[in-house]
Design a protein around this ligand. Structure first.
Ligand code: GTQ
Length: 365
């Protein structure tokens, strides 16, 4: 008997008839186990043994809540800078592994997250892949990421897109280490077994478009005439913190403060109002001083980054205390609430656009 069929046999619950003789139970169990063993050779298995596991009544995340303290991450990232160059590594990234999923290169079941660092003078060479990426800038000033020929200069709080198959390279002409959070839909792309990647002969792209070009073209209420409306992704490359942060202030001042999320904006495609990317959806929220959020849950496990301030998030029976540049996660369908002693800004990102596209996203508010 194989291990799998032994496990199934051990779990098998005979549906005993009222008048069955005592040994019938044993016989049924034994004959079921033998049957399971037999059909396994035909690559068949009994659904009734696993039905409740695979068609769950409620989401049961494999992930656990977790926080990565920036103080530790920055120190260890700088140490990584001593042992490997950006060129050698191709991408010098420390993967944020969900503590329950070590070795799976993922922070939630569907998303990858990592901290990337580029030191002054370094280049991370141009490549492209089926996975989409976003950057949320943590620390440093003036290094660049070049995406589809636009050279985007990075400042803390910037939200930068690398849509699927967009060529991208990173470099640092500044005098300081540049660190940012990468989030990619890699686990989902690999779930579909659809990963392609390509490298180029050149190290860097020709950057014909300067810093801020796409935001200036598409991000102010007018659109270049004839702009394609059916793009699955936003044409904006860098949603700068300088442009987004004052909008949060406006919302706070006018009292547009959601009781769960605070004064929050959604990063949108300016052409059709949809999410900035088809696979990952992001928000930026201001929690006013003294904010006490009400408990909330939704089916999208979320990655949060503290951009400013500090506070705590209660996730069921756990309390996570966060400060600037800390990254933490709330697994799918876990009830959570934010509290902020001082005015704080939280960035968040999840796989919600994919769930909405499939019609399976739910919230419980
Ligand atoms: O910057 O292209 O964190 O390809 C993981 C894979 C970053 C990137 C990551 C990547 C990149």
């Amino acid at each position: 008997m194989t291990l799998a069929s032994a496990n199934r046999a051990a779990k098998a619950k005979p549906q005993q008839k009222m008048n069955a003789r005592p040994d019938a139970k044993h016989n049924i169990k034994g004959s079921r186990a033998a049957f399971y063993d037999k059909i396994e050779k035909y690559d068949l298995a009994p659904l009734w043994e696993v039905l409740k596991d695979i068609v769950g009544k409620e989401p049961k995340s494999r992930c656990v809540p977790a926080i990565w303290k920036y103080k530790d991450v920055r120190r260890l990232m700088l140490e990584a800078g001593d042992i490997i160059t950006a060129e050698e590594a191709e991408r010098r990234v420390l993967v944020l592994e969900n503590p329950a999923l070590h070795g799976e290169s993922r922070i939630t079941n569907s998303l990858f997250a990592g901290i990337q660092m580029i030191l002054p003078g370094e280049v991370a060479q141009v490549h492209q892949h089926s996975a989409s990426a976003i950057r949320f800038v943590l620390d440093g000033e003036g290094a660049y990421t070049a995406v589809e020929g636009e050279k985007a200069l990075m400042s803390p709080g910037d939200f930068i897109l690398t849509p699927n198959w967009a060529p991208h390279d990173h470099g640092n002409h500044s005098g300081k280490a540049m660190l940012w959070l990468d989030v990619l839909d890699v686990p989902t792309i690999n779930h579909f077994e659809t990963s392609f990647a390509k490298h180029f002969d050149e190290t860097m792209q020709n950057t014909a478009r300067g810093d801020g070009d796409s935001l200036a073209r598409y991000g102010s209420g007018v659109l270049p005439d004839g702009a394609p409306i059916h793009l699955k992704r936003s044409p904006v490359i860098n949603y700068t913190y300088a442009r987004t942060r004052p909008i949060l202030e406006r919302l706070r001042k006018s009292g547009d403060v959601n009781r769960y999320h605070g004064a929050r904006v959604r990063y949108a495609n300016p052409i059709n109002g949809s999410w900035a990317l088809p696979t990952m959806g992001a928000h930026l929220a201001l929690l006013p001083k003294g904010f006490k959020g009400e408990p909330y849950r939704s089916t999208d496990g979320s990655i949060f980054v503290c951009a400013e301030g500090g506070g705590v998030t209660k996730i069921e029976d756990r309390t996570i205390e966060w400060g600037p540049n800390d990254v933490f996660i709330v697994p799918s369908w876990k009830r959570y609430s934010h509290q902020a002693g001082k005015e704080s800004v939280l960035f968040s990102i999840s796989d919600r656009p994919m769930q909405e596209a499939l019609g399976i996203w739910r919230e419980d508010a």
